[in-house]
Design a protein around this ligand. Structure first.
Ligand code: SF4
Length: 117
C-alpha cells in the first residue's frame, strides 16, 4: 500500500520528469534547424561586405607628417580568422567572403590587449 506521502513524491517525480522531457524537446526543436544548416547556409547568415561598408584598405589616421597613426584593419580585429600566412586573405566570423588582413568594416572590434581573439 502506498502512503499519502509516497503518493505526493510520485506525483512530484512525474511532474519533474515531464518537465525535463518538455525542456529537452523544446531545446531540440530550437537547435535542430541551426545544426542542420549546410556550411553555405551558415555562411549566408553572415553580413555581406556591402552591408557593413567593407573596404580592402585599413581605416587609418595620418598625422601631420603624413605617417599612419592608429590603424584599424582586419588583422587586429577580434572577428578576423587569419589565412595561411599573415599577408594572405582569411575569413571573418561575422562578414561573408574572403577578407583581406588589411581590410576594414564598420563592425571592426579591436583585439583585446592580450591578443586573444
Ligand atoms: S568584422 Fe573585423 S575582421 Fe570582419 S571584415 Fe570587419 S573589420 Fe574585418
Amino acid at each position: 500500500m502506498v502512503s499519502k506521502s509516497d503518493q505526493g513524491k510520485g506525483a512530484s517525480f512525474s511532474r519533474r520528469a515531464l518537465l525535463k522531457i518538455g525542456v529537452t524537446a523544446v531545446t531540440g526543436l530550437v537547435l535542430a534547424p541551426v545544426l542542420l544548416l549546410s556550411p553555405s547556409a551558415r555562411a549566408a547568415a553572415k553580413a555581406s561586405k556591402a552591408s557593413v561598408g567593407y573596404q580592402d584598405k585599413p581605416l587609418g589616421t595620418r598625422n601631420d607628417y603624413g605617417k599612419l597613426g592608429h590603424v584599424q584593419d582586419c588583422s587586429n580585429c577580434s572577428s578576423f580568422i587569419p589565412g595561411p600566412s599573415a599577408k594572405q586573405n582569411g575569413t571573418c566570423k561575422v562578414v561573408a567572403g574572403s577578407i583581406s588582413p588589411r581590410g576594414w568594416c564598420v563592425l571592426y572590434t579591436p583585439v583585446a590587449a592580450s591578443g586573444k581573439r
